[in-house]
Design a protein around this ligand. Structure first.
Ligand code: PHE
Length: 501
């Protein structure tokens, strides 16, 4: 029998013991682990060895954990400071303990959130009571970290999971392979195996000399481990935005563009949002300290003001509330991209506005909301409108069904809603694929005459604003929008999620 040199070396090294790991084979033969792995797979294909695979997890401590190993875990430092201050007999104000413990910045919150959980005591209205019986020297999390730092393995899954949640360890999985000789291999070794010359690379010299015809090439092993290469890639939100754009273009829509910071005139006044209405601040707009907008079309401003004061049509009625031009001209970050729809529908954006027309944008909007799993201070809105004669709510619903079906979402639900600028109005809901909860995904309606008449539009316009991030939640099933955005984002999820086209 003839075998390539590396295979023969592995076979001989493996014949010394019953079963031997790839790493030990690498040590014993002086070959690289990947060479040993490849040789082992080739030997297995020839029936000379069997390979047993087990997955081992290992944990490495992070830089933050290394710091805590020196200085103590924040909750332990808080406990020691609390004991020193006598908090085991009488509660002590947190403020006093912060200085004494030397905790700073985010460590204060880390200490607070772990102190009670780990039984070091309790915190009530800022006053800390320490449990005299707690023993920081036996802190299981500290001891686990210390063990890991010394190269020991920690078996307690609860502790490991907790440390991982605290970003104090990073866990990874490795496949450990061990090799066992078959009877055929034992026989072959006894009969003697010769070394076969093999080459793993074709060179220009081999081609010109004709040598390529005589040599034996090593085989590719597509199952061998290779380092994973994580190159840069487009964020899944951007990828999905691109896909949304393709879908809408496919449905006959054209794209709108326009400023992120805009006059309230375009953001609110054109939409018949009364200037003194709480709705005008219900997004807690981000006002900008910049000079007001320079150019708004004079006649349009007059018509919009008139609609606000007197309404439209014969028996129209306005808001009977103040309307100030200065207020309309002030600049803010747009809270919706309906400002773009107003710019386009008014003809101000330059596009011809004869019906029928369909326009969309997939752009950022800004709201001074409270950050939570479903709200961000800025997000992408999928804005769109269709201008045509005789549109009805059925057209609106049909358009959404067609749109969402392209993303595999076929259970859209509609709920009557109120917007000052549309009548009727509908909120859209989808079902979260993992929690089964209804998720609000958009808002829509038919623009009112009070909006359309000042713009000079005589036919129907149906319109909507949908949240791109919510569409992503329905498509990929994540539950917290912050998994895809910002400092808490889940890199693994971002790397692994494939946006399907
Ligand atoms: N501007 C609305 C929002 O941000 C969406 C919308 C646009 C509703 C157009 C109706 C018509 O929620």
């Amino acid at each position: 029998m003839r075998l390539p040199e590396s295979q023969l070396a592995v076979l001989e090294a493996a014949s010394a013991t019953e079963s031997i790991s790839v790493d030990r084979l690498a040590d014993n033969t002086g070959l690289k682990p990947e060479t040993v792995t490849r040789a082992a797979f080739d030997l297995r294909d020839d029936g000379l060895v069997s390979i047993d695979e087990t997955v081992q997890t290992s944990a490495e401590i992070t830089a933050e954990a290394t710091e805590y190993l020196e200085d103590g875990l924040p909750e332990v430092r808080l406990y020691r400071a609390a004991i020193d201050a006598g908090a085991d007999t009488e509660p002590v104000q947190m403020g006093q303990l912060i200085g004494a413990s030397g905790l700073a910045g985010p460590q204060v919150n880390i200490a607070l959130s772990n102190f009670a959980r780990k039984g070091y005591g309790s915190i009530d209205s800022g006053a800390v009571s320490a449990d005299p019986d707690a023993d920081p020297d036996t802190d299981p999390e500290h001891n686990a970290l210390a063990g890991l730092a010394d190269g020991e393995t920690v078996a307690d899954e609860d502790i490991l999971a907790q440390l991982e949640r605290r970003d104090l360890i990073v866990r990874s999985e490795q496949t450990v392979r061990s090799v066992t000789l078959t009877d055929d291999a034992v026989t072959a070794l006894m009969e003697g195996i010769e070394v076969a010359e093999t080459v793993d690379r074709l060179t220009p010299e081999m081609l010109t000399s004709g040598e390529w015809d005589d040599v034996e090439f090593t085989e590719y092993n597509v199952a061998a481990d290779a380092p994973s290469i994580e190159g840069g890639r487009k964020h899944i939100l951007r990828q999905t935005a691109d896909r949304v754009k393709d879908v809408l273009v496919g449905m006959g829509f054209k794209e709108m563009e326009g400023p992120h910071a805009d006059a309230d005139f375009w953001i609110n006044d054109c939409l018949f949002m009364p200037q003194d209405h709480p709705a005008r601040t219900h997004w807690d707009r981000f006002a900008l300290d910049v000079p007001p907008i320079q150019s708004v079309p004079e006649d349009l401003v007059e018509r919009v003001e008139d609609a606000h004061r007197n309404g439209v049509g014969e028996d129209g009625d306005g808001y009977h509330s103040p309307w100030s031009r200065g207020f309309a001209e002030a600049i803010a970050l747009r809270g919706h991209t309906t400002s773009l729809s107003m710019r386009y529908l008014s003809g101000y954006a330059g596009a011809d506005i004869e019906p029928p027309k369909r326009y969309f944008s997939v752009e950022k909007v800004y709201r001074n909301d409270t950050l939570d799993p479903t709200h961000l201070l800025e997000f992408f809105q999928i804005e769109g409108w269709v201008m045509a004669e005789d549109l009805s709510v059925r057209d609106l619903m049909g358009t959404f069904e067609e749109f969402y079906a392209q993303f595999g979402i076929t259970d859209i639900q509609f709920k009557p809603h109120y917007n000052p600028y549309t009548e009727p109005s509908f909120e859209l809901f989808g079902t979260h694929p993992t929690t089964g909860e209804l998720v609000e995904i958009g808002n829509s309606g038919m623009f009112r005459a009070e909006v359309l008449e000042p713009l000079g539009i005589e036919c129907d316009v149906m319109a909507w604003g949908l949240a791109l991030e919510r569409l992503l939640m329905l498509m990929y099933g994540f539950e917290d929008i912050r998994d895809v955005h910002g400092t808490l984002c889940d890199l693994e999820l971002l790397r692994e999620t494939e946006v399907l086209y």
